[in-house]
Design a protein around this ligand. Structure first.
Ligand code: ATP
Length: 539
C-alpha cells in the first residue's frame, strides 16, 4: 500500500543516468540519423464501367509460425534465406546459357525463380501475369527506365535494398496493374506506392493533378507529403498537401500540382465546391484503405473515386490490415487487380515484444503506469487511450510530473496537433498521450514502447497501435493494460500475440474467443483524486 501510494503521489522521473545511451539516441534522433540506422539493418540482412454507377466502397486459415524465427533485428518479412538465395543465383547462372536454346524452358525457369524469390521474402501474390519481384533498386532503372534522381534520393535516404512490399508492389504498379497490398506496419509501404507513381508520371506537367493519395488522418497525409518530397528532390515535380487554406483559397487551375495528398474530407470539400478537377488523375492510392472504407468515410471516398473519372486510372490499396470485406469490395471495383500479402494478413509486427498487464481497475492502470515509469521510463513512449476525454484526463494527471508529456486528440486545433507531433518527434516530449487519430501510419522514429492504456477496440486497432513501435526492422515493446471489463476480448489479443511469436499465459489461451465488436466500455474517469474530494467538488 505504501509502495503504491509512493508511485501514486511521488511523481516520476526519467532516470537520465541509468538510460544515458538511450536518452542520447532519443535526444539526438534526427531523420537522417535514423535512416543511417536503417541502412545498417538492411545491409545486415542478406540480401470503369461498373465503377461509374457503384457507390464506391470498395480468408484465412493461418498457419502457426514456428517460434524459432530469428529474433528482432529484423522482421520476418525482411528475412532472406541464404539457401534460397544461393540456389536462385546458381540457377540464374545456368539459365543464361539456355536462354537462346529454348524460350519455353526459359519462361518456366523465370517462373521458378520468381517463386523462389517470393518465398525468400515471404511474398504471397494472387492474380494473372504478375511481374517478378525486384532484385534491387538498381533494377528500377534497367527494367523501368527510372530517372537517376529517384535512385539518388533512395540512396540518400539510406535505402539500400527494397523491402519485400517494395520488391513486389513497385513492379506491379509499374506494369500498369491495379493492386491491393497488405504488409506489416513499418515495412515501407509509403515508398512502395510513391516510387512507381513518380516513375510512371515521368516528367512534371502543368496539365493539372495527375496523382492523388488519400490518407485517413491529417498527420499521416502531412507525413506522406514529406516523404514524397524527399523522393522528388532534384526534379521539378510538385507534391502538395491539401491544407485548409489551400481548400479555401487556392486556384487549382493555376496551381502546379502533380501529386496531391489529402484526407478524404478536405478533398471532398474541394470537389463539392468545384474547385478542383480530378479528371486527369492517372494514379489513385488509398493508404490505410481499410480505415478509408469504414462507414464514416465511405461517402467521401465515393465522391473522390467518382471525381477521378479517367478511365485508365490505376488504383491501389495499401494497409497493414485488410479485412476480407474490404478485399471483396476492392475486387468488385478494381480491374484485374493483383493481391500482394507480405507474411500473413492482419498480424501484429513480429519485432514488437508484446505484454499483457492486469491492472484491475482504472485506478490500478494509473498506478501501473506510474510504477512502470518510475522503474524504467525509456522514451519515446506512446500511450493510447480510447477517447479524447480520456486523453485530456490522463494528460492532466501526468503534465505536472517530471516526464514531459504531450497530448494529441481530435479536439485540438490543427496547429496544436502538429505541435504535439513535432515536439514528440524532436524528443522534446518523452511521452505522447494519444487517441487512435495517430494510431495508423505515423512513422515516429524509434518509439521504444507503446502502452495501450485503454484496451484497443478492435484487432486492427491493436495491430496499428503497436505498429508505431518496432518499425523498419527495429525492436520495440508494447504493453496492454486490461481490467475485468476487457477480459472477454483478451483471448483475441492473445491470439495475435501468439501468432507474432510472443508468449501468453496458458489460462488466457483457454479463455473463449469472442467476436470483436467495437469495444469501448464506459470507464471510470482517470484520476488519482481521492473519491471523497471528488464528491466534495461535485457538490
Ligand atoms: N527500402 C528501405 N530501406 C530502409 N528503410 C526503409 C525502406 N523503405 C522505407 N523505409 C523506412 O521504413 C520506415 C517505415 O516506412 P513506412 O512508414 O512507409 O511504413 P508502412 O509500411 O507504411 O507502415 P504503416 O503500416 O504503419 O503505415 C520509414 O522510416 C521509412 O523511411
Amino acid at each position: 500500500m505504501e509502495k503504491s501510494s509512493y508511485f501514486l503521489f511521488g511523481g516520476t522521473n526519467f532516470n537520465k543516468k541509468k538510460f544515458a545511451p538511450d536518452f542520447a539516441k532519443f535526444k539526438n534522433c534526427t531523420e537522417d540519423d535514423d535512416s543511417n540506422k536503417k541502412v545498417n539493418f538492411f545491409v545486415e540482412e542478406e540480401d470503369t464501367e461498373e465503377q461509374k454507377e457503384k457507390v464506391v466502397v470498395f480468408s484465412k486459415k493461418r498457419k502457426r509460425r514456428s517460434s524459432n524465427s530469428v529474433p528482432v533485428e529484423g522482421f520476418d518479412v525482411f528475412k532472406s534465406s541464404k539457401k534460397a538465395l544461393a540456389k536462385g543465383k546458381a540457377e540464374e547462372g545456368n539459365t543464361k546459357n539456355d536462354i537462346l536454346e529454348d524460350p519455353k524452358k526459359e519462361l518456366n525457369r523465370q517462373i521458378e525463380r520468381d517463386a523462389l524469390s517470393r518465398k525468400q521474402y515471404n511474398i504471397h501474390v494472387s492474380g494473372n501475369n504478375i511481374p517478378p519481384p525486384l532484385k534491387s533498386f538498381a533494377e528500377l532503372s534497367s527494367r523501368y527506365g527510372c530517372e537517376g534522381y529517384i535512385l539518388g534520393n533512395l540512396a540518400e535516404l539510406g535505402f539500400k535494398e527494397p523491402t519485400p512490399i517494395q520488391r513486389q508492389a513497385i513492379p506491379i504498379l509499374l506494369s500498369g496493374r491495379e493492386c491491393f497490398a497488405c504488409a506489416p506496419t513499418g515495412s515501407g509501404k509509403t515508398v512502395a506506392f510513391i516510387c512507381p507513381m513518380l516513375i510512371k508520371l515521368k516528367h512534371p506537367s502543368t496539365d493539372g493533378i495527375r496523382a492523388v493519395i488519400l490518407s485517413p488522418a491529417r498527420e499521416l497525409a502531412a507525413q506522406t507529403a514529406r516523404e514524397g518530397k524527399k523522393l522528388i528532390k532534384g526534379s521539378n515535380f510538385h507534391i502538395r498537401l491539401m491544407t485548409k487554406p489551400l481548400v479555401k483559397t487556392a486556384d487549382f487551375s493555376k496551381l502546379r500540382c502533380d501529386v496531391l495528398i489529402s484526407t478524404p474530407m478536405r478533398l471532398k470539400r474541394a470537389i463539392k465546391a468545384k474547385k478542383i478537377d480530378l479528371s486527369k488523375v492517372e494514379y489513385l492510392v488509398l493508404d490505410e484503405s481499410d480505415k478509408l472504407f469504414e462507414q464514416s468515410l465511405l461517402k467521401q471516398i465515393d465522391c473522390v473515386v467518382k471525381a477521378c473519372s479517367n478511365p485508365s486510372i490505376i488504383r491501389s490499396l495499401f494497409s497493414a490490415t485488410l479485412p476480407d470485406s474490404v478485399e471483396e469490395l476492392a475486387r468488385s471495383i478494381m480491374h484485374d487487380a493483383v493481391r500482394v500479402i507480405i507474411g500473413r494478413k492482419n498480424t501484429a509486427s513480429e519485432t514488437v515484444k508484446q505484454k499483457l498487464v492486469f491492472a484491475g481497475t482504472e485506478e490500478g492502470k494509473l498506478l501501473a503506469l506510474r510504477q512502470s515509469f518510475a522503474e524504467s521510463l525509456n522514451p519515446p513512449v506512446l500511450i493510447f487511450v480510447q477517447s479524447k476525454e480520456r486523453a485530456k484526463e490522463l494528460y492532466d494527471e501526468l503534465k505536472c510530473e517530471n516526464i514531459r508529456a504531450g497530448v494529441i486528440h481530435s479536439d485540438l486545433p490543427p496547429g496544436e496537433r502538429e505541435n504535439a507531433v513535432d515536439q514528440f518527434r524532436a524528443g522534446e516530449k518523452w511521452v505522447l498521450i494519444a487517441t487512435d487519430v495517430i494510431a495508423r501510419g505515423m512513422d515516429f522514429k524509434g518509439i521504444n514502447c507503446v502502452i495501450n492504456y485503454d484496451f484497443p477496440d478492435s484487432a486492427s486497432a491493436y495491430i496499428h497501435r503497436i505498429g508505431r513501435s518496432g518499425r523498419a526492422g527495429r525492436s520495440g515493446e508494447a504493453i496492454t493494460f486490461y481490467t475485468e471489463q476487457d477480459v472477454p476480448f483478451l483471448r483475441n489479443i492473445a491470439n495475435m500475440m501468439m501468432s507474432s511469436g510472443c508468449e501468453v499465459p496458458s489460462w488466457i489461451m483457454s479463455l473463449k474467443k469472442k467476436k470483436w465488436r467495437k469495444h469501448r466500455p464506459r470507464r471510470d474517469s482517470i484520476s488519482t483524486q481521492p473519491k471523497a474530494d471528488k464528491n466534495d467538488k461535485d457538490v
